[in-house]
Write a protein that binds this ligand. Structure first.
Ligand code: NAP
Length: 480
């Protein structure tokens, strides 16, 4: 054990969960850690995504660390830039900056002689007792494999790499994709552009949850009454837990969600447009889109929903299968992400490669560990609870678990712990059985599915997740 008998912890990524890991280590008195961040600042998702109308569709009061409530949210659903500022404020307030190596991409980490040896792309080296991947689940833009994509003559960019040098005013803009992102982008640009053409491959269920500005008086009340903010935080989380029962198969709640989504569709005036926007799979099978303004935006005179499939991209626009050329000046790819992809190499015991554990059908242990990778933890990795919930609460539970493991090392109870393969396989089997009863197995295609078409989402109640990660069960590990 190194410096001050505190285990050295190497953290990859300074997004929400990497910051949280750093804060909790500092709070426990451990200053023996470093966060490697490949970008120039903290924030992860909220740093990378800056597209118009970006907001978090989880209640803002619940989208904070539990120990750092924010009385200053301006909207019921916080805007992307205020969330980014919140995380930057946390970085400053908790004194994390000097622990973060910015613009420092991890190239590889390997378990050798009972420690993690890490190397960055710049050739810097570090060694630690514990390695934590907080690299983010939806981090690598998915660029669609559409013939001719590189031939487009105008600006073409992914929503997570928004090009703010491009002035959209008076332009004909194409948006490919109809997920949560596109449903925010279209209302965000429709007022500015000459025309927006939304290319839909699959319709999405949209639940219209009203947003509103938080009044000055309400913000002042939250400042004066910290208990009120805490209560609102708890209520926000409670609401999401009720919602999560729907995706786990609660028919009554699902019927409620479907009724809301159908009412949203019923308000579409043109029956043909309504038909095109109506999905043929159960609501929330793909991630439910929460949007109050998408339906209005797509009905605007200068908006068009294009449902003919895309044949190819040409310099002048998008050619659809029926031979039409949709002429465009700008093309926006709202085509999602390659989930859980890692751009660094992690080598565990016996030369095991983490990528081969993650590709295809991932094998993980209770959402945080991977067999064959001692003292290695993932935050928000495959099988973590997702859907329309605050992933911050999820990360807090995972980080508390990792903190307990770090403490086992500090107290000398063990030097290394690696999840047992047989236990991990049995747990995965149990999840695969349980996931059949969830809405994610409802026959749709989504980023929740692995290469076998199986949802890699935690299929049990959140209370069970909390119990499972309450403390490490040492009999489920190979320890040394
Ligand atoms: P997404 O949900 O994966 O949607 C990608 C869209 O692109 C889909 O409509 C997909 O069509 C379409 N697409 C992909 N490849 C295509 C191709 N080759 N041709 C035509 N269409 C293609 O991605 P996203 O909208 O970026 O959202 C990803 C996740 O980010 C969400 O599920 C959510 O977890 C998170 N998110 C959250 C918020 C929030 O407010 N909290 C906001 C935005 C995003 P198919 O459906 O046919 O595959």
């Amino acid at each position: 054990m190194s410096e001050l008998q505190q285990p050295r912890v190497l953290i990859i990524g300074a997004g929400m969960s990497g910051l949280l890991m750093g804060i909790r280590l500092l709070q426990s008195g451990n200053t023996n850690f470093r966060i490697f961040e490949k970008g120039p600042k903290v924030g992860g998702t909220w740093r990378d995504n800056t597209y118009p109308n970006l907001a978090c569709d989880v209640f803002a009061v619940a989208y904070t660390f539990s120990f750092e409530p924010n009385p200053d949210w301006n909207y019921r659903f916080a805007r992307g830039d205020e969330i980014q500022k919140y995380f930057e404020r946390c970085e400053r307030k908790y004194g994390l900056s000097s622990f973060i190596r910015f613009s420092s991409a991890v190239a590889d980490a390997r378990w050798e002689d009972g420690r993690w040896k890490l190397r960055t792309a710049d050739g810097e080296e570090d060694e630690g007792d514990v390695l934590v991947s907080a690299a983010g689940a939806l981090h690598h833009p998915r660029y669609p494999e559409i013939p001719g994509l590189g031939d487009f003559a105008g600006p073409c960019f992914h929503t997570a790499r928004w090009d703010h040098t491009v002035d959209l005013r008076g332009k004909r803009v194409g948006v490919i994709g109809t997920g949560s992102t596109a449903s925010q982008v279209v209302p965000g640009i429709v007022d500015k552009v000459e025309r927006v053409h939304l290319f839909q491959r699959t319709p999405q269920w949209v639940m219209p949850t009203p947003d509103q500005k938080v009044s000055q008086a309400e913000r002042a009340r939250r400042h004066r009454n910290p208990w009120l903010l805490r209560l609102q935080h708890r209520l926000g989380l409670f609401f999401m837990q009720v919602f999560s029962r729907a995706v786990l198969g609660n028919r009554l709640l699902l019927r409620y969600i479907e009724a809301q989504c159908r009412a949203n569709l019923a308000a579409i005036r043109d029956p043909e447009l309504r038909r095109k926007l109506t999905p043929d799979y159960p609501p929330a099978c793909k991630r439910l889109v929460i949007s109050e303004d998408f339906a209005a935006a797509i009905q605007r005179e200068n908006a068009e929903l294009v449902t003919d499939s895309i044949a190819r991209i040409e310099p002048g626009g998008v050619r659809t299968a029926d031979g039409r050329l949709v002429e465009l000046d700008v093309l926006v790819l709202a085509t999602g992400f390659e989930p859980y992809k890692l751009d660094f190499k992690v080598t565990g015991t016996g030369g095991r490669n983490l990528a081969s554990r993650m590709e295809g059908s991932p094998l993980t242990y209770r959402t945080v560990g991977v067999p064959g990778f001692p003292n290695f933890f993932m935050l928000f990795g495959p099988y973590s609870p997702i859907a329309n919930m605050s992933i911050i609460e999820n990360s807090e539970i995972q980080v508390e678990y990792v903190m307990q493991c770090v403490d086992l090392l500090r107290r000398g109870v063990l030097r290394s712990m690696s999840p047992r393969e047989d236990v991990s396989i049995a747990l995965k089997e149990a999840m695969r059985l349980a996931v059949r009863d969830t809405v994610w197995a409802g026959g749709c295609n989504s980023w929740y599915l692995d290469a076998d078409g199986q949802p890699i989402v935690y299929p049990f109640r959140f209370s069970q997740f909390r119990r499972e990660l309450a403390s490490p069960v040492l009999s489920e590990f190979d320890t040394a």
